[in-house]
Design a protein around this ligand. Sequence first.
Ligand code: ZN
Length: 246
Amino acid sequence: MFYRSQLMAQYGIQAVFSDKHGGVSKGTFASLNIGCNLGDKPEYVEKNMALLCQAAQMPRPHQAAQAHGVEVLYCDGAAQYHQAQADILLASNTATAVGVRTADCLPILLADVQQGIVAAVHAGWRGSVAHVVVVAVHAMLAKGAHVDNMLASFGPHIGECCFEVSLEVGGLLHHASKGKALLLREGKWFADLAKVNMSQLLRQGFSIQQIEVSKTCTVCSSQPAYFSYRRDCGKTGRQIAMIVAP
Ligand SMILES: [Zn+2]
């Protein structure tokens, strides 16, 4: 159903990444689909979120319409599904949770363990090219966070094993990572989204010890399995990465 970030847990921060098991959705959405407006029954999505939050013992997360951009949404009060487009959700009030949905894109959870400021970031290739994680860090700094007190946890995403990219996309990621993102295999280019975002965090002053990276590929891993947009040709559900301000 989910795993917890061990790095965040060491500092008393609840950060959770769901997988596709343990919910009530059927067919292509089986079973723990968190994505709305994809064709799944709304009551199933609602039930899945309730089951996940109960199992993880976390409050409902704020969510937003995601657009592969760098907009920041500051969340407070009762959880809601915001109509606003935002790929960075930030919270600093105790017990306020934020989440982003993914199916191959890289989910990143950030926390300042001293100030109690947290963020959920949706980083696909477009977001990574736009330095979405850097925008998120700067938004947290503006709220009083400090890089030395921050942690980052990268969740399951399409790995460099499966993320074949065009020369155009590869070139953009190569530039966004200062040359850390690409591998050439049998004449094809593959990109590593985690390395792109890690290189961006390191250039913001993060140390390697402050960053935890899931090695699980959403496309080819089966234990546990994840929803994968690429593997399932666009007809699939979404997992969620969520974090709560301590
Ligand atoms: Zn893979």
